[in-house]
Design a protein around this ligand. Structure first.
Ligand code: ACO
Length: 329
């Protein structure tokens, strides 16, 4: 990958909806408490989309900021990829809705489904398109409205999720910078551990599927936890190997924000000190595809990386999937 055209991130933006749902709000909705949620997950609050906001609306807010920070407008884009598992509707894609709203006339646009790993899958796709010379500028967005598919009577899941969007413009960067390696993967055999069964061609929406709560996230938390701890470690080691780097080369570690205990186990395994790790799961909870870009963009806004720093992003999610990348900022 090192001999190819250098491709990296040239603009960033993020958006979370205004409404905040705290742990004490949840205490009034299900049999839970702040102490359990904080100690088991690290989450204190999460942002929830307004009734009139859909995923494309969150994505749009993040996208215009990313374009502005890149000094671009929609007409500069050749490609729009939206990583999401909560598209506005099955079709048209959320990416096509955005293409219209952003005035990105003629740009290719598609949605990508890899749950919480979706943003890294999107970065890898955009980078490949640009390195091949097919396109020059791509907008990659991770956006999800998990609140729309969360059962707020199920304490096992409803405390974990929030809504948001993070966007980056991907394009050519100076020599020596940009993406150095990706490691993407999947274990489809574990698909049923984390799924929303209803609403597709297998189980189209009927009164019965609604009655049986088939349009909500269903998760085996313990098994997903084990998978997460395993692949956060293995994917990080593998992507560093592909990039020809050591774990000590990492300046900033940007993990998927699902659970502080999963992040801590990766930190221990990789012997990463706290100051090198981005954590905002306390404020936003698990925002699925938006989680990694929200953490990356927030870190950029806080001035936590400087040109030349090595940034390692890694996530896992439904599918089951994982994705990791090494980026020289
Ligand atoms: N409040 C109080 N008690 C609760 C709550 C709650 N909100 N939720 C579960 N409990 C109870 C359980 O019922 C259980 O009680 P029991 O022992 O009487 O049965 C007890 O707490 C402990 O349950 P565990 O499942 O063992 O709790 P654990 O420590 O594993 O934490 C958690 C659960 C937070 C879900 C954890 O397993 C986890 O984070 N898993 C990974 C989830 C994840 O990352 N999902 C990714 C989704 S990403 C995507 O693609 C959308």
């Amino acid at each position: 990958m090192n001999n190819l055209r250098p491709v990296g991130i040239i603009g960033t933006g993020k958006y979370v909806p205004e409404k905040i749902l705290t742990n004490s709000d949840l205490e009034k909705m299900v049999d839970t408490n702040d102490e359990w949620i904080v100690s088991r997950t690290g989450i204190k609050e999460r942002h929830i989309a307004a009734p009139d906001q859909a995923t494309s609306d969150l994505a749009y807010e993040a996208a215009i900021k990313a374009l502005e920070s890149a000094g671009m407008t929609g007409s500069d884009l050749d490609l729009i990829i939206v990583a999401t598992i909560t598209p506005d509707s099955s079709f048209p894609s959320t990416a096509c809705i955005l293409q219209d709203k952003l005035g990105a006339k003629g740009a290719a646009a598609f949605d990508l489904s890899a749950a919480c790993s979706g943003f890294v899958y999107g970065l890898a796709s955009a980078t490949s398109f640009i390195q091949s010379g097919m396109y020059n500028n791509a907008l990659v967005i991770g956006a999800d409205c998990l609140s729309r598919i969360t059962d707020y009577t199920d304490r096992n899941t409803c405390v974990l999720f929030g809504d948001g969007a993070g966007a980056v413009v991907v394009g050519e960067v100076p020599e020596g910078r940009g993406f150095k390696a990706f490691d993407l993967g999947a274990e489809g055999a574990g698909g049923s551990l984390l799924q929303m069964e209803g609403g597709g061609s297998r189980l189209p929406a009927t009164a019965e599927t609604v009655e049986n709560k088939k349009h909500y996230i269903n998760m085996n938390g313990r098994e997903v936890f084990k998978f997460a701890v395993r692949v956060m470690g293995t994917a990080t080691i593998e992507v560093l190997r592909k990039a020809g780097m050591e774990r000590t080369d990492v300046d900033l570690f940007v993990p998927h924000q699902a659970n502080i205990r999963i992040i801590q186990s990766a930190m221990q395994r990789l012997e990463l000190p706290e100051e090198k790790v981005v954590v905002n799961v306390d404020k936003y909870a698990n925002t699925s595809a938006a989680s990694i870009p929200l953490a990356l963009v927030e870190a950029a806004e806080e001035g936590r990386m400087k040109a030349g720093d090595t940034v390692l992003m890694v996530g896992f999610g439904g599918g089951l999937t994982w994705g990791a990348s090494v980026l020289v900022w």
